[in-house]
Design a protein around this ligand. Structure first.
Ligand SMILES: [Zn+2]
Length: 412
């Protein structure tokens, strides 16, 4: 057996790559892009309260429970088709060394890869975004628990038309957001309402009126702060800033303000879900849109991948290239140090590469063997099989992909 066809499993197992054969597609392949057109959904200009938010679009019905990872890898493959030049195209696909490790984490009964490139893109990569957003959520939950005061969730929107180009709309919107907490008018608001800090997240949906960028900002106010007065102050300031940028919003819908606690209660009452204000801020890249609120970016990508919706794919690509490099979650200066003094701030890429659990090396695949897994589009399924921790099942699976097993399990 030559070394290029050796798979080491636990210690010494010989597995030979046979002739690779492609299995029938588990998922329909997406068709080429069509020109962008407006979305078909009706869109309410008003961002609804937290109570109408649903979680990540559920996996399609032909996937069973526990197949969320397969779904995310499938969406990642769709993203690769749409932005082939971006890092997401290589994420968990292209090896960095001479082999690809498969790790098994017994405590979580899960598996993950080592020795592969990861992109760490919160905007483009459904696999990395899922990991990053979950870790950001846990941090934010911890910060909320540590804070002794009033937390207000404010959602900032802008009026938009189907003819608005996303780049111009987004530039004006982000400029207004950056001006929100600057200069002396803001200092007066800080003093009056005891603003200790803020955490900001941006997101975007697409509906019948075109692109709809909006921002959620959690404001941390002193105990007993006048929330209604604070909301009115935010509204006055936001409408003024939009006007300065050549944009507008109405008084009634430009800023939606609610107490973070009551918003959470509203959601739980409607959906019986564990969705929290921390989910709301951190899950922009992976969540489902509000009912009647157009399609979220995750839904656009899903429509491209599952329904062969080329227009949705073109819209997703427009969004992805414009959001690339923008920070998703921004903490105001000093707030992390105040609420999370012992938690290091990690980059998105560091979070995407972080594995909490103690894991054992189940197998190392050669580059040639890995290429068979990739050619079979079986990256996620391999992890599902490996999450059993059973080496024999893993070998059987590799064999089913066309990898010939040339030896038997042996001990050192
Ligand atoms: Zn990635």
């Amino acid at each position: 057996m030559d070394s290029s066809s050796h798979v080491s499993v636990l210690s010494t197992v010989d597995v030979r790559v046979g002739s690779s054969h492609l299995r029938g597609d588990l998922f329909p392949s997406a068709r080429p892009l069509a020109p962008a057109v407006g979305g078909a959904d009706g869109e309410s200009a008003r961002v609804a309260s937290l109570g109408t938010i649903a979680k990540y679009p559920p996996p399609p019905p032909f996937l069973g429970r526990g197949d969320a990872a397969i779904y995310r890898f499938m969406l990642q493959s769709a993203a690769r088709e749409l932005v082939p030049g971006e890092r997401v195209a290589k994420c968990l696909r292209v090896p960095v060394g001479s082999g690809v490790d498969v790790f098994y984490a017994p405590s979580a009964r899960s598996a993950h890869y080592g020795g592969l490139q990861t992109c760490g893109s919160i905007w483009m990569c459904p696999v990395c975004a899922s990991k990053i957003s979950e870790r950001r959520r846990l941090e934010l939950d911890q910060a909320l628990m540590a804070f002794d005061g009033v937390v207000v969730l404010a959602t900032f929107t802008v009026q938009h038309r189907v003819s608005d180009a996303l780049s111009a709309l987004l530039d004006g919107f982000l400029l207004s957001l950056s001006r929100l907490r600057a200069s002396s008018p803001w200092s007066r608001i800080v003093q009056r309402y005891g603003v200790c800090g803020a955490v900001r997240a941006i997101e975007i949906t697409h509906g019948s009126n075109g692109w709809h960028p909006h921002a959620h900002i959690l404001f941390f106010l002193r105990p007993g702060a006048d929330v209604r007065g604070f909301g009115d102050a935010l509204r006055r300031r936001w409408l003024g800033l939009l006007a300065r940028a050549g944009l507008s919003a109405s008084w009634s819908v430009g800023v939606d303000v609610c107490m973070a606690d009551s918003a959470v209660g509203d959601y739980v009452a409607k959906f019986g879900s564990q969705w929290t204000v921390a989910h709301e801020l951190t899950k922009a890249a992976v969540k489902k849109s509000r009912s009647g609120g157009g399609r979220s970016v995750a839904e656009l990508l899903s429509d491209y991948a599952l329904n062969r919706d080329g227009a949705a794919g073109a819209l997703w690509r427009e969004y992805a290239l414009l959001f690339k490099g923008k920070r998703h979650l921004v903490w105001s200066k000093g707030l992390r140090a105040l609420l999370l003094p012992d938690v290091d701030e990690l980059t998105d890429e560091e979070l995407a590469n972080q594995h909490d659990q103690v894991a054992v090396l189940l197998a190392t695949l050669t580059l040639r063997q890995w290429s068979v897994v990739v050619a079979n589009d079986a990256r996620a399924e391999l992890l599902t099989v490996a999450s059993s921790g059973d080496v024999v099942q893993l070998i059987d699976f590799l064999v089913s992909l066309g990898v010939e097993v040339g030896g038997v399990l042996t001990q050192d």
